[in-house]
Design a binder for this molecule. Structure first.
Ligand SMILES: *Cc1c(COP(=O)(O)O)cnc(C)c1O
Length: 394
């Protein structure tokens, strides 16, 4: 009988299977546009960024798309442009950049719990967190699972709050069988290498609001209008032409890549759901996730070990894993220093954060790898008792 590598068996893979990898277009497809920007010298502020904005708004079903240097600068400048003040409600189960954008605007983050099943902010818990100082809700599409846009919009309207969606993970997601454009005051995407549409580094903001769109175009260019008479302090947050060229090719591959990931996840789920103590993030049947990440939740009692044990055992198999998102934002040092005590207030966030483990997934990953990873997990589970003793820590 084959044994887990951590107990002396052969590792599932000879070389490390990374948690993710960008799926890049063939280099030949970039040569022509790249030589164009070299021959014209137009390496920024040119036609490729404009073309990307047009294609992105059309794909996403949004009126306006504004390309940015990254999603973080997009969030920061959107919050500035919407003139947010005081407190902003957001989930704690997200990537740090969501909350950091608020600190850059001197806004106070107010963390609200997420739902156990979807991992997304729980609209029903938002109302209790609203105070006279609240100016906005900043929701997140966790791992590409679209947050509850309609419910969030209703609450925002009722309390006269702005709604921003950190859609860093969800370029390619569907909400109620439709593209995710058209909701919220703004939605901000990331085009960094771990996301599905890759620019190198880059971001895109979509909005239906013309005034906001115009303000953001100024904001990414120092806030400087044509007469150089600035009304506010912007940044240099422009996307370069070379990045837009890569993003355009990547966008052409998006639909295909989302489908491939969904197929790989179907295999993962089919096989892993037969093991006790393995649970999954739930995606509403009418929604589609990009599966920017694929995480499973480990229940130690029934699985036989914690996700930390599993991670160590998988490392021995040359399978890379991550704990997204651990620690949750409200427990990170910079947010602890705000002096707000969230003790016991975010039980779902704590539970998910302590039990989630992300497995390798990228769009060009062979199905055979998924099967081999599942086999490795099955064997590790089978030898749970011995594995637990072999690995260190809790
Ligand atoms: C990646 C990510 C960001 C930051 O995106 P950048 O383009 O790297 O600035 C923001 N929010 C979430 C949820 C992310 O995963």
């Amino acid at each position: 009988m084959h044994k887990p590598a951590i107990l002396g068996g052969n590792p599932a893979f000879k070389e490390l299977i990374p948690i993710t990898q960008p799926t890049l277009p063939p280099i030949d497809s970039l040569q022509k546009p790249l030589s164009q920007i070299f021959s014209t010298g137009q390496i920024t502020n040119g036609r490729f960024v404009k073309e990307l904005e047009k294609k992105a708004s059309s794909y996403l079903g949004a009126k306006y798309a504004i390309a940015m240097s990254c999603c973080t600068s997009g969030l920061i400048l959107t919050e500035q442009a919407l003139a947010l003040s005081g407190e902003v409600i957001l989930p704690s189960f997200t990537f740090c950049a969501t909350a950091h954008s608020l600190l850059w605007n001197n806004l106070i983050p107010v963390f609200v719990d997420c739902k156990r099943n979807t991992h997304n902010i729980d609209p029903q818990k938002i109302e209790a967190a609203i105070t006279p100082k609240t100016s906005a809700i900043l929701a997140v599409d966790v791992f590409g699972n679209p947050c509850e846009r309609e419910n969030l919009q209703e609450i925002a309207k009722q309390y006269n709050l702005k709604l921003i969606i950190d859609a860093a993970h969800s370029f390619g997601s569907l909400y109620k069988e439709k593209q995710i454009g058209g909701f919220a005051d703004a939605q901000v995407f990331s085009l960094s290498p771990t996301k599905l549409v890759v620019a190198g580094e880059g971001g895109i903001i979509i909005t239906e609001d013309k005034t906001l769109a115009e303000k953001l175009v100024l904001a990414r260019n120092y806030g400087s209008p044509l007469d150089y008479n600035c009304e506010f302090a912007g940044l240099n947050a422009r996307m370069e032409e070379a990045n837009a060229i890569l993003a355009l090719r990547s966008l052409e591959m998006l639909e295909d890549n989302v489908k491939k990931r969904n197929k790989l996840v179907t295999i993962y789920k089919q096989r892993l759901s037969t093991l006790p103590g393995v649970n999954f993030q739930e995606i509403e049947p009418s929604n589609r996730s990009t599966y920017k990440d694929f995480s499973i939740l480990i229940k130690p009692d029934s699985f036989g070990m914690t996700r930390n044990h599993l991670a160590q055992a998988l490392e021995a198999e040359n399978i890379e894993t991550r704990f997204y998102f651990y620690p949750p934002i409200h427990q990170q040092k910079v947010y602890q220093s705000l002096g707000i005590n969230y003790e016991d207030m975010l039980p779902n966030t704590l539970a998910i954060s302590a039990s989630a483990i992300s497995l390798p997934l990228y769009s060009h990953m062979p199905e055979e790898y998924v099967n081999r990873i599942c086999s490795a997990i099955e064997i590790i589970h089978k030898y749970a008792g011995e594995v637990k003793e072999a690995v260190s820590g809790e």
